[in-house]
Design a protein around this ligand. Structure first.
Ligand code: PNS
Length: 158
């Protein structure tokens, strides 16, 4: 079975990677779908976000990485999958995820959203806090792969 793992990935963190790895024990194929016009203003361009994910896990068996535009459910339908995969870190994620899954269900009843808890080592890591720490000169090397760290620091310095 194939699942689609959508997100902003601005930037990819070890939390995302943990979920990607564990999901491959359940799903044969996983498409990482990077939203190209996120609701929040992104720091990294969509090309950079896709490239970084491809550099880190594009070579793993069963993984594809692409950008998408417009409604997620419309995109999922083009992939031949009927499963959206999302990670849940804490109770605070629940309300947003609940609204999103209900809305997606109403838009496309045949698509199901599956949730996995983020690994405990990464349950407090978010792309926003990583960006904040990096912009204030903090060490982010334990939260993101080196290629992501380099690109983030380069973008912040530009
Ligand atoms: O990593 P994020 O920012 O939590 O991911 C949010 C994402 C990309 C999954 C969500 O914003 C999304 O699905 N955007 C596409 C537009 C859409 O389909 N909106 C309706 C669902 S509420």
């Amino acid at each position: 079975m194939k699942a689609v793992y959508p997100g902003s990935f601005d930037p990819l963190t070890y939390g995302h990677l943990d979920l990607i790895k564990r999901s491959l024990r359940v799903f044969q194929q996983l498409e990482v779908a990077v939203v190209s016009n996120p609701a929040k203003q992104a720091l990294l361009s969509v090309t950079d976000r896709v490239d970084l994910i491809r550099q880190v896990c594009g070579g793993w068996s069963g993984i594809t990485v692409n950008a998408f535009d417009g409604l997620l459910v419309d995109y999922v339908q083009t992939t031949g999958s009927r499963v959206i995969l999302r990670g849940l870190r804490a109770v605070s994620d629940f309300e947003y995820e609940f609204q999103m899954s209900m809305m997606n269900k109403r838009l496309a009843d045949e698509i199901e959203t599956f949730y996995m808890m983020t690994g405990e080592d990464h349950s407090f890591v978010s792309s926003s806090t990583v960006k904040e720490v990096a912009s204030l000169g903090g060490d982010i090397s334990s939260f993101v792969p080196a290629v992501v760290e380099n690109k983030l620091l380069q973008t912040l310095e530009a």
